[in-house]
Write a new protein. Structure first.
Length: 344
């Protein structure tokens, strides 16, 4: 077979094989086999030297044509095979978009927040606005200006979290009364919800808990106003039929002072374990703003009177939702939290 025929049949052979190839690997080895440095075409062309210049030119052109033909075919085949591989890959990872998606659980309000919002809303509807103060408080605002004497047991290291610099974690929301009266002139009607801290921990006490403070200052505010407002509030939360009683009490920053009880929400007043057989539950502290407090914030006690009250949010939430251990409110056990879904 002469050189020309050899090259042409090599070309045919290669074309046939390439057409039949099914994998990229195989295609690559065919490329090496026919067009590589030590490939079949190169081997044939090595004998070119023996030919006359005219023949060499003719054969050279033929070899180039065959080479290009093979290269083109390989390229074409490569595209085809890559497309096929991609298709197969896609088939393997096919996703069914009609399948239902993963369940994403909707969040809901924590019972403390729901209770806080509910209480706030009642007072807001009566014209109170919301005031805030810091949780790290000055001793002056938490105690002194509230007429709490230096030797008062509440200041004890056993009850209050003091900071090294003499500040403290507020033990009640009452310092917000001071902050409000220092910055605003009467008439004042505010509530102040927030976190407070005391060294206390048992089934009904947590070292951190929430209170809402109320303060109303104007000319001619009386104890009757206080009773009326608290009655509206307690009936909104616990229902129209709730029993309410005011018991004389003592707070350094109010005079006179009272504690307010409601009829037991569990037994309705019969006497049970929750109310310790009394039929009553203590729910908040209140009173008329002490003239000493007015003087501390430079409000004229001859001209103005006012009332204040403070209550624990956890206590209200526990009674409302019949929760018997305060720690349940802070452990974030989802089995507990889930029970308050849908409650706003
Ligand atoms: N600050 C009091 C407490 O924490 C509650 C209170 C507030 C009482 C306002 C009277 C007036 O116990």
């Amino acid at each position: 077979m002469n050189l020309k025929d050899q090259i042409e049949s090599l070309g045919k052979e290669a074309v046939e094989l390439i057409k039949k190839v099914e994998s990229l690997d195989k295609l690559n080895s065919l490329r090496v086999e026919y067009l590589g440095k030590k490939g079949k075409l190169k081997t044939i062309l090595k004998t070119l030297g023996k030919l006359s210049p005219e023949e060499r030119k003719e054969i050279g052109q033929l070899a180039n044509r065959i080479k290009e033909q093979i290269e083109d075919l390989i390229k074409e085949k490569e595209v085809q095979l890559k497309e096929k591989a991609l298709e197969e890959e896609l088939k393997k990872h096919k996703i069914d978009i009609t399948l239902p998606s993963a369940w994403i659980e909707a969040g809901s309000s924590h019972p403390i927040i729901s209770t806080l919002v509910e209480i706030s809303q009642i007072f807001i509807s009566m014209g109170f606005s919301v005031a805030e103060g810091p949780e790290v408080e000055k001793e002056e605002y938490n105690f002194d200006m509230l007429n709490i004497p230096k030797d008062h047991p509440a200041r004890d290291m056993q009850d209050t979290f003091f900071l090294n610099n003499g500040d403290l974690l507020r033990t009640h929301t009452s310092p917000v009364q001071i902050r409000t009266m220092l910055t605003r002139k009467p008439p004042i009607a505010v509530i102040a919800p927030g976190r407070v801290y005391r060294k206390d921990a048992d089934p009904t006490h947590s070292p951190m808990f929430h209170q809402i403070e109320g303060l109303l200052v104007d000319t001619d505010v009386t104890f009757t106003d206080l009773k009326g407002i608290l009655k509206i509030f307690l009936e909104s939360v616990f229902g129209k039929n709730v029993g309410i009683r005011f018991r004389p009490s003592y707070f350094p920053f109010t005079e006179p002072s009272a504690e307010v009880d409601i009829s037991c929400t569990v037994c309705g007043g019969e006497g049970c374990r929750v109310c310790k057989g009394t039929g009553w539950l203590e729910i908040l502290g209140c009173g008329m703003v002490d003239p000493n407090v007015f003087e501390a914030v430079s409000i004229d006690p001859e001209k103005y009177t006012g009332f204040a009250f403070g209550l624990g949010i956890e206590r209200i939430a526990m009674l409302k939702y019949r929760i018997n251990d305060i720690r349940l409110l802070f452990e974030n056990d989802m089995r507990f939290n889930h029970q308050f879904k849908g409650i706003r």
